[in-house]
Design a protein around this ligand. Structure first.
Ligand code: FMN
Length: 281
């Protein structure tokens, strides 16, 4: 449902709207209670199922009764049970205002439908560069007061990536396309599935990036539809690599070489579990 919105905190109210022609319109019009089930990123099939017309959509989906008797779909990321508060006419839709009576959430990733496709949310890179954009608790945790190393590492990674963005843009790339380019350079002739695993991206983000790189001629499909970089793709990856080296040199130019060696040793230790610093002459 794309019409969902929060309305009020006190009392807790939400709204959504239903098409008057919907086969379920009468059911919602007379319902005393209803539940909003927030889909997790694992529930594309459920979302698809409910977006098609049909009277009894619940017969083929695993559901339990909520506290107020509304259907709770198994695997939902959050469930908001409401009593019907008010209804307003809204053109060919009816606006339903619900009072939140009970809600439950579970950890996980929400399924989002944006610009006609399923997506998952990620932090905007600007979050990493500007502490003012973060909630206070995470600013404290990630920036200064934390004794832990990993938040700083995460912070450094995001900042490093954000400040490289201008180079990506100049080369007609974005983060997903860059990851695909690098992984296909290192691992030529791999399947879409293997590529997806290497890129740390969702399947849909990887597919979109591959399609764009196929269209721009940087990637091609060979035998068995395996993916590899074209000559233009290899050339682009090499240009990117030159920029990466120069970018790193500029960013760490004030760090003494000895400290860079220690940092490299620490990064290796995070991956391997062993600390072995090799000082380079
Ligand atoms: C992403 C998405 C969001 C939707 N949001 C709404 C909505 O807010 N209200 C609505 O009435 N229909 C919405 N629809 C359309 C209904 O899902 C669809 O018309 C309905 O399931 C058709 O079946 P029915 O006639 O049995 O209700 C949405 C569809 C999609 C794909």
């Amino acid at each position: 449902m794309n019409s969902f919105a929060s309305v009020s905190l006190d009392p807790p109210l939400i709204l959504w709207s239903i098409r008057k022609q919907s086969t379920n319109f009468q059911a919602f019009k007379s319902a005393q209670y209803f539940a909003i089930n927030v889909m997790s990123s694992e529930q594309i099939d459920v979302s698809q199922h409910f977006s098609k017309s049909g009277e009894d959509k619940f017969s083929s989906v695993k559901v339990t009764d909520g506290k107020f008797g509304s259907p709770v779909i198994e695997g939902s990321l959050a469930v908001i049970e409401c009593s019907t508060d008010t209804m307003f006419p809204g053109g060919d839709h009816m606006i339903v205002v619900g009072r939140v009576e009970h809600f439950e959430t579970s950890p996980g990733e929400a399924l989002i439908f944006s610009q006609g496709r399923y997506v998952v949310a990620q932090d905007h890179p600007a979050m990493a560069a500007d502490p003012a954009l973060l909630p206070r608790s995470s600013t404290n945790g990630a920036q200064k007061q934390s004794a832990e190393l990993f938040p700083s590492l995460y912070w450094a990674f995001n900042s490093m990536s954000l400040k490289f963005e201008s180079h990506r843009q100049e080369l007609g790339l974005d983060i997903p396309k860059t990851r695909v380019l690098i992984q296909l350079f290192n691992n030529p002739n791999i399947s879409d599935e293997a590529l997806c695993g290497l890129c740390y991206l969702s399947r849909s983000a990887t597919t979109a990036a591959v399609e764009q790189l196929l269209a721009s001629g940087h990637v091609s499909r060979g035998q068995g539809r395996l993916l590899a970089l074209s000559e233009a793709g290899v050339a682009l990856r090499k240009i990117l690599a030159v920029r990466e080296v120069e970018y790193e040199r500029t960013r760490v130019k004030h760090v003494p070489k000895h400290d860079l060696d220690v940092a490299r040793g620490v990064l290796d230790a995070i991956v391997s579990g062993e600390f072995r610093v090799q000082y380079q002459k």
